[in-house]
Design a protein around this ligand. Structure first.
Ligand code: AHR
Length: 626
């Protein structure tokens, strides 16, 4: 397409969008009444700005997907990157009478209160791309920017193929969280290769022209550069044109991010050989509308966070990538056969988790082959092999430990059977052995436990002693709750962990650890941090048998938020429990049906979780369903 025609198309797109915004504004002034008969739901979209290409793409994807649902209308507002304006935009959308708000915040911190206000007033809120603090919203959908950075780093390293050389990072607004995360991910990979020199050029703005000017101004220095990493495809376009005008486009390769489709966009640049690779940064617009419909129709299975998958696009796979984007997905509703390998029956949480899986399977028309491994990895691996032999449609695993799964997961992949991780995660040497993870953010649970201690327990001595009851060694909840807790503990000089033991998430072993500790030490513990309620309740029994008053002589904080924990808080024996939601059945079965129907699977699907302490235990105990 000639430059002239490109400009006409660009101007046309902007004009079309301008008309759309004007119409939205006009309708906004008319109020919801204009729609009453034809439209069932009005969805308000508050976009941080419609200048950046990625944000424009998000709006366009939302509009495109919304066309599939004649009973909804979209009203979009452009905050032009101004927080005050975004707050006013949200108010105008509410005045109009929207049924649901989709918002991509200008600023994480400053929009938290406005999102919370809308959500607490009963309007569902889907937060996109940049998060807000806390969890006062219906659903967050966004990319994993750290992963995008790591994928870009891996793409750059592959270009060097072991040879020494220099990569130049073109960085824009480093105060933006997503840029910080991407650069962190990128550096974490490339810095692992001592033969690669990493240089950085900061730019005022992350635009095509600023990239062109930045590279043009450093022509001499480019003699030593082998690869340029551009933190957006538009920066990559500017970089390419600068290299071309300096006659360096053959000598220096480019890796970008965003992966937009369309003429001269990132994927097209890769296909034309102008870029070696780009890392897709999915906007989530399509998913936002699909989940909005689920929320408005009060369907089960809507999670709390959906972290979208990014792909490394090269000349070799670009055609397949584009074909996959165009693939229509439709859930036939046909029966799906699922092999489920469950950890065991070690805790009340697990019983609730198993019940949730079994109930949801019936609700979502899934034939469940269920195996309980009694906390044995060997039994889980044997079960997975049985599922492979039975040629199930999908295998789901809640792995007792993180490692030791590579071989059997490769067997499942070779058999063409997708594997989904439920509740717990695995760590494998080879990538893409599992389709997605559905469960909790264990790191955040550990942080919340220590934040509660920090904010609610006043030290009465120089060092307050903490005893930690850990789950089973090597399990992702054990490792991550420990790491998350330690991360916040580092900021609390008046607290220290003086003893920790593995209680394997069971009541009996939690009790035994306290009994053994009392046999070998004079009681000097101020706080007990238990990785789950069962171990905390076992510890409470041991303390009471020794005349120590749990909840007063020693404060106890645990994880899960089971009904028994609420009862212990009502009785004053437990001080706080951090929720880890076992009711994964519906989000899991919804994700499996989506996957089988051909939808791209998110990287992670995280469930909703809160923190409860004695001050609210009475209010909530009757509502606890597990
Ligand atoms: O994987 C989740 C953990 O496993 C729960 O916190 C615990 O109760 C269960 O045994």
């Amino acid at each position: 397409m000639s430059k002239k025609l490109k400009q006409i198309v660009l101007i046309g797109t902007i004009l079309l969008l301008f008309v759309f915004i004007c119409v939205s504004f006009y309708l906004g002034r008319q109020g919801r009444a204009e729609y009453k008969d034809e439209v069932e739901y009005v969805i308000g979209v508050s976009q941080a700005n419609m200048r950046e290409a990625w944000r424009l793409a998000l709006i366009q994807e939302i509009q495109e997907e919304a066309k599939k649902y004649p009973n909804i209308r979209i009203i979009a507002k452009d905050a032009t990157s101004i927080v005050d304006k975004q707050e006013q935009d949200v108010d105008k959308l509410l005045q109009f009478g929207i049924d649901l708000l989709i918002i991509s915040p200008c600023d994480t911190g400053k929009m938290t209160e406005k999102v919370k206000e809308v959500y607490q007033n009963g309007i569902p809120v889907i937060v996109m791309d940049r998060g807000v603090e806390g969890f006062e919203y219906s659903l967050f959908i966004g990319p994993d920017n750290d992963m995008i950075g790591r994928q870009a780093g891996e793409a750059v390293v592959a270009l060097f193929d072991g040879r020494p050389g220099t990569v130049l990072k073109l960085c824009g607004n480093v105060s933006a969280t997503q840029n910080q995360e991407r650069i962190r991910g990128f550096d974490s990979v490339v810095q692992g290769y001592s033969q690669i020199t990493l240089e950085t050029r900061y730019m005022e703005k992350e635009l095509k022209d600023t990239a062109y000017d930045a590279l043009s101004a450093m022509q001499e220095k480019l003699q030593d550069v082998d690869v340029v990493f551009a933190n957006s495809d538009y920066v990559a376009q500017g970089a390419y044109e600068a290299l071309r005008d300096m006659g360096l486009e053959q000598a220096i390769q480019i890796v970008g991010t965003d992966g937009f489709t369309g003429e001269d966009e990132g994927v097209d640049m890769v296909m034309q050989g102008k870029m070696a690779a780009t890392i897709s940064c999915p906007t989530g617009g399509r998913e936002a509308i699909q989940y909005a419909i689920n929320i408005l129709e009060q369907q089960s299975g809507v999670p709390k966070q959906v972290i979208l998958r990014s792909r490394t696009i090269t000349r070799e796979n670009a055609d397949r990538y584009l074909a996959a984007l165009k693939k229509e997905t439709a859930d036939t509703g046909n029966l799906i056969t699922m092999g489920y390998s469950q950890v065991g029956q070690e805790s009340k949480w697990r019983f609730a988790n198993t019940r949730s899986i079994q109930e949801a399977a019936r609700e979502f028309n899934i034939r469940l082959l269920f195996d309980d491994a009694n906390q044995s990895q060997e039994k889980q691996i044997a079960a997975i092999r049985r599922f492979i032999q039975e040629k199930v449609d999908v295998i789901v695993v809640s792995p007792v430990v993180e490692t030791g799964w590579d071989e059997v997961l490769k067997e499942a992949k070779a058999a063409g059977i997708p594997v989904v991780m439920s509740d717990r995660k695995v760590v494998t040497a080879e990538k893409d052995l599992t389709m997605t993870y559905i469960g909790a953010d264990f790191l955040e649970e550990g942080r919340r436990a220590m934040r509660w201690i920090r904010d609610n327990i006043t030290p009465h001595k120089q060092k307050m002693n903490i005893l930690e009851l850990k789950g089973n060694k090597g399990a992702s909840p054990t490792e991550e709750r420990g790491r998350g807790f330690a991360e916040i503990l580092k900021e609390c000089p008046n607290f220290q962990v003086i003893y920790s033991g593995y209680g394997n998430f069971t009541y009996e072993e939690g009790k035994e650890i306290i009994e053994r500790y009392l046999q070998n030490h004079a009681w000097d513990v101020d706080v007990i941090y238990a990785h789950n309620d069962d171990m905390a309740l076992g510890a409470i029994e041991a303390l009471e048998q020794s005349g120590i008053s749990p909840g007063t002589d020693v404060k106890i904080i645990s994880v899960d938020a089971t009904r028994d924990a609420f009862q212990a808080m009502v009785d004053g024996k437990l001080n706080c429990t951090v929720e880890c939601n076992p009711l994964l059945g519906a989000p899991l079965m919804k994700a499996v049906r989506d996957m089988v129907s051909g939808k791209e699977m998110p990287v992670r699907i995280i469930t909703e979780e809160k923190v409860y302490d004695q001050s609210v235990a009475e209010d909530f105990i009757s509502q606890r369903v597990y």
